[in-house]
Ligand binder design. Structure first.
Ligand code: SF4
Length: 914
């Protein structure tokens, strides 16, 4: 910092290799001023290279008679896009590559080689670029435009003629490489009397401790332990953690650093600042407030996925009252359950939904949607072409109508993001510089794409730990540095030459990544610069990743004095930081053994309550007593639960007791008649269609929806035909009840029960339960039966002359009865084998008594408020349960004896209608 202060005090300018280093030096300078007791000081002249060119350009504009239009990045991109797509359907990414190639030519003073591109010295891609580049050059000359990439060379004559004012000194900080364009401009400045110096940050043989970790996770955990100990020893320390591929590693770093450095931050109400920050920015479009603005626009042009709609509703960025959140969450849960929206829903489809439970938030949400729909119509979004700035005015009306960015007080980072957004939309408006007009859909695509490419880096909080990439760390000094990921796969990074420039040209000009040797040389410089950026340096690598074994980068051996690496375990031992202690469960146990009994005068629900009580008492308690319910996830098509429900509804509609409806079947004779006169197909289709009709939403079905539902109807038709063929082979029967509700008290527990169907046969009555999942009669056995519905009905249903309880198994390729009948005098089907298998364990007095006792016990446990987390068969019972985050079974899993899944999936976790 001494060099920097000295240069600034003598009126010099400090230039840094990147914007991050400029900001960091600016903060250090401010701290130094405050340390000297100053309360105000002139802004220090610290710039990154682009910022410095901007200062010179402004001076040029003041003194020159005329100047070209300096294209903003988005404007230049638009010009390249037009050129690249003029005669071919190249993707827009090609325009990005072309702009990059042009910049490389400018930075490395190689425009003179362009002509050779179409003289047989270049690949097809390079030749195509050569033509685009000449068109770009011609258009810029004709229209007096200039690419920012050309600014350095453009300013050289201006400096020579004294049109720009140069400082007495330029100090270069953190330049890993100086391009020919930069060198030329600095040389001209020097020739005009400006001293150009570079800080000496490179060291030849800096010491470092090498750590060998098992894998990346072990590497990060060890690093976090070292950070913890370092901050304990010196809370004011500034430490840098350098990580390769920071974008992909960010999630894992965040999780491990939070857990080790600030475990309290796992609490949802935690507000304290974390001791670390990522110095790398994020795409503007991924900042939540901006994502909400973009989704609102997109929704006016296209359907949104159910996930996006839910996110928008719950984000808080589209509501006028801060307290709307809970009501909108309830509305979202209701819509997931009942709205029948397609997976991709237009705004109009959601706007037409009528909520079952109205609330101030839901009313204002639907008013907002209705208003947006009218606004879209009024503004002619689907018909009109406008300039970008006109569309931005429309977009502002959309956001304002949607109350964006909401009523919540924004945090500092959100304010900064909105400020960046304002600047971004200003830049976007400049895209109409060439008079182009676009439709709304294209405008939405543009704003979405460009905001994804715009990086937003919030102001640094100056957290003690700065996480950054190797090249971004240039020009900064720390008290300690940890360089992670220094294995032979990641360092030096493998990067290929630019695809639109001939390799010979890139080598000749020594462009980045033009040769292995050049990249090796640069990485060696960077490694030494990192080691010299702090008095303490630790370098680590993992011995394995998902692709196999790894070794330390050869650069590490080359740059640091040979010494055996320490294993991560040994290193943590030295730090007195056993990582294993971190995996100890941090649950706080609150003993409260007082159960909450169920009020006996209240009906607890259906048979499902005892099914859940039997599977796991906590599940029954959570679902019935505290209303815990799984949020439905949108799926493309019908879920197994939907299919089960539809099959039940169709059979309920198809079979009915005589006298209830003419359209239905009443007994076996009706069925045989319908089969013999061929009306069975139409009958089935009518009932299937009727049920599908009741499920149809108010939205417009897509072609895919229509085709999918047609296939589902046909699949159901053929499945039910198989079942009716089976029923036709039964002994005579007549349906006497279906979906019949009644109330029963099970040892004091009031339940509302429903049986799918009751048939009258010659000897008495049978109760039937339709099942589309795999079932067996053993699901009624034991003290914790998997499916107690038919036992409940058999014991408490008051059925006269009960002859049997049967599962009607209706699955593709597997139809038939499973269950129990009272003895061998009962004949259910004409097949003697089926009758004898149903009679294997007869439904006699003993069995009914044992069922009564089991069901009474379960009812008693529920009444007493038993909510123990004791799944019947761990982990099988938990496999399809939605409550593991509520019961926290994972934390007590060690105490539960895992059971081997010997019999596979017996359907015990299947949904009620499977
Ligand atoms: S996840 Fe397992 S332990 Fe937890 S409530 Fe569900 S069944 Fe019970």
């Amino acid at each position: 910092m001494g060099d920097v202060l000295c240069c600034l005090r003598s009126g010099g300018v400090v230039l840094t290799g990147n914007a991050r280093a400029a900001r960091a030096l600016g903060r250090r300078y401010g701290q130094a001023q405050r340390a000297e007791g100053k309360t105000a000081w002139p802004t220090p002249r610290i710039y990154d290279w682009e910022g410095w060119l901007g200062v010179l350009w402004n001076q040029h504009l003041l003194n020159a008679d005329e100047a070209p239009l300096l294209l903003a990045q988005l404007q230049e991109r638009a010009v390249w896009k037009r050129i690249v797509q003029t005669r071919s359907d190249e993707p827009e990414s090609m325009a990005v590559l072309a702009a990059e190639a042009w910049k490389l030519l400018s930075d490395f003073n190689s425009h003179g080689e362009l002509q050779s591109f179409w003289q047989g010295r270049a690949s097809d891609d390079a030749e195509a670029f050569g033509k685009w580049a000449s068109l770009f050059d011609r258009e810029c000359r004709k229209k007096q435009w200039m690419s920012r990439s050309d600014l350095a060379f453009f300013l050289i004559p201006s400096i020579q003629q004294g049109w720009v004012e140069l400082p007495a000194e330029i100090l270069l900080v953190g330049f890993d490489r100086i391009t020919p364009a930069q060198r030329a401009l600095l040389d001209v400045s020097h020739a005009r009397g400006c001293t150009v110096r570079e800080t000496a940050t490179r060291a030849e043989d800096a010491p470092a401790q090498i750590i060998r970790a098992r894998d990346f996770r072990d590497e990060l955990e060890t690093c976090a332990g070292w950070l913890l100990r370092s901050l304990e020893a010196n809370p004011d320390a500034r430490i840098s953690v350098i990580v390769q591929n920071i974008d992909t590693a960010r999630g894992e770093i965040e999780r491990i650093f939070r857990r080790i450095l600030m475990p309290a931050s796992a609490g949802i109400d935690h507000r304290d600042a974390l001791p670390y920050e990522f110095s790398l920015g994020q795409p503007l479009a991924t900042v939540p407030a901006i994502a909400a603005a973009l989704l609102l626009l997109r929704w006016l042009a296209l359907p949104l996925s159910r996930t996006e709609i839910s996110w928008l509703m719950l984000s808080g960025f589209c509501s006028s009252r801060e307290e709307d959140g809970a009501e909108l969450a309830l509305l979202d849960a209701e819509m997931r359950k009942y709205s029948n929206l397609p997976l991709q829903a237009r705004l109009q489809a959601v706007a037409s939904y009528r909520p079952r439970v109205s609330s101030p938030a839901s009313r204002s949400f639907f008013t907002m949607l209705g208003g947006l729909d009218r606004l879209a119509e009024r503004e002619g979004l689907e018909r009109r072409s406008r300039s970008i700035s006109e569309w931005l005015q429309v977009a502002n009306r959309v956001w304002s109508h949607a109350q964006w960015p909401g009523a919540r007080t924004l945090e500092s980072v959100e304010f900064q993001a909105l400020a960046r957004w304002e600047k971004f939309t200003g830049d976007l408006a400049a895209l109409e510089f060439d008079g182009s007009r676009v439709g709304f859909a294209e405008f939405v695509t543009l704003i979405d794409r460009y905001s994804r490419e715009t990086i937003f880096a919030p102001e640094s909080r100056d957290a003690p730990i700065q996480i950054m990439g190797a090249f971004e760390s240039a020009g900064q000094q720390f008290d300690a540095v940890w360089f992670a990921g220094a294995d032979d796969q990641q360092w030096p990074p493998a990067v290929r030459p630019h695809p639109l420039l001939p390799v010979w040209l890139q080598r000749q000009a020594a462009m980045p990544h033009s040769s292995v040797e050049a990249d090796w040389q640069l990485a060696r410089e960077v490694t030494r610069r990192i080691a010299a950026s702090a008095p303490e340096c630790i370098v680590s690598y993992a011995e394995r990743d998902e692709s196999g074994d790894l070794r330390a980068s050869p650069l590490i051996r080359e740059c640091f004095a040979p010494q055996p690496p320490l294993s991560s375990k040994e290193f943590r031992g030295r730090l007195n930081f056993p990582i294993e202690t971190l995996h100890v469960c941090r649950t706080v146990e609150l003993e409260d053994s007082s159960p909450m009994p169920w009020p006996r005068d209240l009906v607890a629900g259906g048979a499902d309550i005892l099914k859940r009580q039997s599977a796991c008492p906590f599940q029954a308690f959570a679902v019935r007593r505290i209303g815990a319910e799984e949020l439905r996830e949108s799926e493309r098509g019908l879920t197994p639960l939907d299919r089960g429900n539809i099959l039940h509804k169709v059979l309920e509609s198809l079979w009915s007791p005589r006298g209830s409806t003419d359209l239905a079947l009443h007994d076996r004779r009706d069925l045989l008649n319908a089969r013999s006169n061929q009306s069975i197909h139409r009958l089935l289709d009518d009932h299937i269609e009727r049920v599908f009709e009741t499920r149809r939403g108010s939205y417009e079905e897509s072609q895919w929806d229509r085709e999918y539902l047609r296939i589902e109807r046909s699949r159901l038709h053929s499945l039910l035909l198989q079942w009716l063929d089976y029923e036709a082979e039964r002994e005579d029967f007549a349906v006497v009840a279906r979906e019949k509700d009644f109330e029963a008290a099970i040892d004091g527990l009031k339940l509302r029960l429903r049986v799918d169907r009751m048939d009258l046969i010659s000897s008495g009555r049978l109760i039937l339960d339709y099942k589309t999942g795999p079932v067996s009669a053993s699901m009624w056995d034991g003290e914790r039966p998997d499916d107690p519905q038919l036992p409940l009905y058999a014991t408490h249903g008051g059925v006269e002359d009960l002859q049997g309880a049967l599962f009607a198994q209706i699955r593709a390729g597997e139809v038939g009865f499973k269950g129990r009948i009272i003895n061998d005098t009962v004949t259910v089907t004409k097949d003697p084998k089926t009758n004898s298998s149903l009679n294997k364990n007869p439904l006699d007095r003993d069995m009914l008594g044992s069922w009564r006792e089991t069901l009474g016990n379960l009812a008693g446990q529920f009444l007493a408020g038993d909510a123990s987390v004791t799944p019947k068969s761990f982990p099988k019972t938990c496999r399809y349960c939605a409550l593991p985050s509520l019961c926290r079974v994972a934390e007590t899993a060690a105490a539960l004896e895992p059971e081997e899944d010997l019999d596979g999936d017996d359907g015990s976790e299947s949904s009620p209608h499977e």
